[in-house]
Write a protein that binds this ligand. Structure first.
Ligand code: NAD
Length: 365
């Protein structure tokens, strides 16, 4: 076994149905007294409900979280927190709401309690991102890591099917790349494999019945593990591709991760055999790339970049952007290889039964 350093994600996680009821105690545990509740406009009712239940521990609701975290929105929230006398932030929602909390924490001393309602995993990472003057700035800073995370599967039962599925694959993508990360260690690999297993088990149950609590719990547990490894391990080609496609073509975040994932796996298949056998073990199926694609198909996930609105003529530009800065990937990243991967993702063909897989395998040798 190689030597490694393990740095844990947030120290405190409260998990289970009705876990949100423990929020007042968790705020107290932090040494805080009054929370500013954050949400998107779409989840304002949830934030107001939690705020009502907090009674005098709530300083108010700030329901203005939006995608890409504009810095002006975070600055207004900081002013609002000061005006209302808030000494902590509670973020109830997905990656956009938790992202707003992180931008606030970065520019103030306010601690975050996160209540995630999607499977994106931001609550477990020290990674932040915000938009300032039209430019997206990202970074890592332990100050933005939530102090406490409350996972309540009851709050995820209204996440619509399409978002649940795409968000689940977004989480699986973190675990896949953590398995072949340059700084993977036995603990992150254990968590990654279990995270994939939990989501591969939970997502079909969610499709069968959106309100099934066991399946929602499996998915949220999987999301916790996958988010944790996103925070601990460095990501590779797949996340780079999604960053470029989301940033330059404004493709939807979770769906882009979903569509691209089987092709990124196929690209790295021969170069990361241990990671692949762990994915196959977690999925109880041979051929990691094909297994992910088959699950996507079975669950009715989007399969192609084309259906997300990408144009074929933009693929070469995307490949060039992916090549701009060097980064670790188990298989060397070449422009021809990336373009072939994007071609396959654009068409949405199944890796392993296609020209794409043959190309991927040939290129890896
Ligand atoms: P999101 O937070 O943008 O949410 C999408 C929509 O779904 C919003 O309108 C939201 O209010 C709604 N929603 C969320 N949960 C719901 C629920 N349970 N029921 C009904 N509606 C619900 O989507 P996301 O996929 O969670 O987050 C994506 C963003 O998070 C991206 O910008 C991405 O870059 C970021 N992200 C950051 C990290 C990190 O570590 N910093 C990790 C993952 C994702």
């Amino acid at each position: 076994m190689k030597s490694f350093t393990f740095e844990a994600a947030p120290g405190r996680v409260v998990f289970g149905p009705n876990a949100v009821d423990q929020l007042p105690r968790e705020i107290e545990q932090l040494g805080a007294r009054r929370a500013l509740m954050l949400s998107t406009p779409q989840q304002q009712a949830l934030a107001e409900d939690i705020s009502r239940r907090l009674a005098d521990r709530s300083a108010g609701v700030y329901p203005h979280a939006v995608m890409h975290v504009p810095i002006e929105v975070a600055n207004r929230a900081i002013e609002e927190a000061a005006r209302l006398g808030a000494d902590c932030i509670v973020a109830a929602g997905g990656g956009s709401t938790i992202g707003l909390a992180k931008a606030i924490a970065l520019n103030s001393a306010l601690p975050i309690l996160a209540i995630p309602t999607t499977y994106a995993g931001s609550e477990m990472t020290p990674i932040y991102g915000f938009t300032e003057g039209g430019l997206k700035r990202t970074g890592r800073d332990r100050r933005v890591l939530p102090k406490t995370v409350i996972y309540d599967p009851l709050l995820t039962r209204d996440l619509p099917l399409g978002m649940s599925i795409a968000s689940g694959f977004n989480a699986i993508a973190h675990a896949v790349e953590a398995l072949y990360a340059e700084n993977a260690n036995p603990i992150t690999s254990l968590m990654s494999e279990e995270g994939i297993r939990a989501l591969a088990k939970g997502l079909p149950g969610v499709k069968a019945n959106l309100h099934d609590l066991d399946s929602r719990s499996d998915c949220l547990y999987g999301a916790w593990l996958c988010g944790s490894v996103l925070g601990m391990a460095s990501m590779a080609l797949h996340h780079k591709l999604c960053h470029v496609l989301g940033g330059s073509w404004n493709l939807p975040h979770a769906e882009t991760h979903t569509v691209t994932l089987p092709h990124a796996i196929a690209y790295n298949y021969e170069a990361a055999p241990e990671a692949m056998s762990r994915i196959e073990c977690a999925m109880s199926a041979p051929n990691a790339a094909g297994a992910i694609f088959d699950l996507m198909q079975k669950l009715g996930a989007p399969l192609s970049l084309k259906e997300l609105g990408m144009k074929r003529e933009d693929l070469a530009r995307a490949a060039a952007l992916v090549m701009e800065q060097p980064y670790y990937n188990p298989r060397p990243v070449t422009s021809e290889g990336v373009l072939a991967l994007l071609d396959d993702a654009f068409a949405g063909i199944r890796p392993g039964s296609s020209a794409g897989a043959v190309r991927a395998a040939a290129g890896a040798r």
